[in-house]
Design a protein around this ligand. Structure first.
Ligand SMILES: C[S@@+](CC[C@H](N)C(=O)[O-])C[C@H]1O[C@@H](n2cnc3c(N)ncnc32)[C@H](O)[C@@H]1O
Length: 278
């Protein structure tokens, strides 16, 4: 096993790797990832009666903050799998430290969401004049937020929400694929800062004063195509320098991946996602 600081070029840690990969240079890797990960957002769109949930907090001029907007897969899934046409237009603010992500998400927005302010910062750095919002959500968004900065991020999330507003975080649990895979990758390939889990996010939001309710959603995703599996897993690690063959041969990670393969070699990944409602 090596560490990122001893790889050629002195690769940086998880948060910096995330930022580097959410870029135009990382587009092909991102698209390979979403060959499987689009399922994550279909699951979220189907997990709640979104027209009813949102109607309870909307009014003329309502405002949404999308924290770590990425490439806009959540609003895209809402547009595809739900019908929000009865809701009034919303000012939709986009927050992400990656300007690439903000531009991608902005291009995906459809009514009732209308792109408004952009914040090219981390959640921890949310400006004091942002909000209050009727809705703040962060979907599969906070993995690369360093655990040591989570309390600060959670305080900003809770502060951004108006009294009676709706907060929603979707994040994989510690035993779910994204976290289990990265722990095995860190143990067997390269040590890095771990991903932040749903349990940690829920605890931090409670500590920040959030009135938190949780539920979990379980599902699988998978493929028999090794190229698709490789692209997905490389993005899970923000590391396209490690091939699927190398991952399968690595200590710890190889055992984890063997448990995800059937006799034919096809991959199935087990997901457990916590929906955190405030
Ligand atoms: C998987 S994407 C999020 C997906 C997005 N919610 C969607 O609907 O498509 C993760 C995003 O988190 C951003 N990010 C990483 N660390 C962050 C932080 N500390 N605060 C806010 N965003 C962060 C990354 O730049 C990336 O765009």
């Amino acid at each position: 096993m090596s560490t990122d600081t001893d790889t050629p070029g002195g690769d940086a840690d998880t948060a910096a790797r995330s930022l580097a990969h959410w870029s135009e240079a990382g587009r092909a890797e991102m698209e390979a990832f979403y060959a499987l990960a689009t399922e994550d957002y279909r699951q979220l769109a189907l997990a709640a009666d979104w027209p009813t949930v949102l109607r309870a907090v909307t009014h003329d001029g309502w405002r949404v903050l999308d924290v770590a907007c990425g490439s806009g897969k959540f609003p895209t899934a809402l547009d595809r799998y739900t019908d929000l046409s009865a809701l009034p237009e919303a000012s939709y603010d986009l927050l992400d430290p990656s300007t690439f992500s903000i531009a991608e998400a902005r291009a995906q927005l459809r009514p009732p969401f209308s792109a408004a302010r952009e914040f090219a910062v981390t959640l921890q750095e949310l400006p004091a004049d942002a909000g209050p919002y009727d809705v703040v959500w962060a979907t599969h968004a906070l993995y690369a937020l360093p655990p040591a900065e989570l309390a600060q991020g959670a305080e900003q999330f809770v502060r951004a929400l108006r009294p009676g507003g709706l907060g929603f975080v979707a994040q994989a649990t510690a035993q779910s694929h994204y976290l289990a895979f990265y722990d095995a990758f860190r143990a067997g390939v390269r040590d890095r800062t771990p991903y932040t889990s749903a349990e940690q996010v829920a605890d931090a939001l409670r500590a920040a004063g959030g009135d938190v309710r949780t539920q979990t959603v379980e599902y699988t995703s998978g493929t028999a195509d090794r190229a698709v599996a490789e692209g997905f897993l490389q993005r899970c690690a923000f590391d396209d320098a490690v091939s699927l063959d190398q991952m399968e041969a690595a200590p710890v990670l190889g055992d984890y991946l063997a448990g995800c393969r059937d006799a034919s070699g096809a991959y199935t990944f087990q997901h457990e996602v916590m929906l955190i409602w405030l």
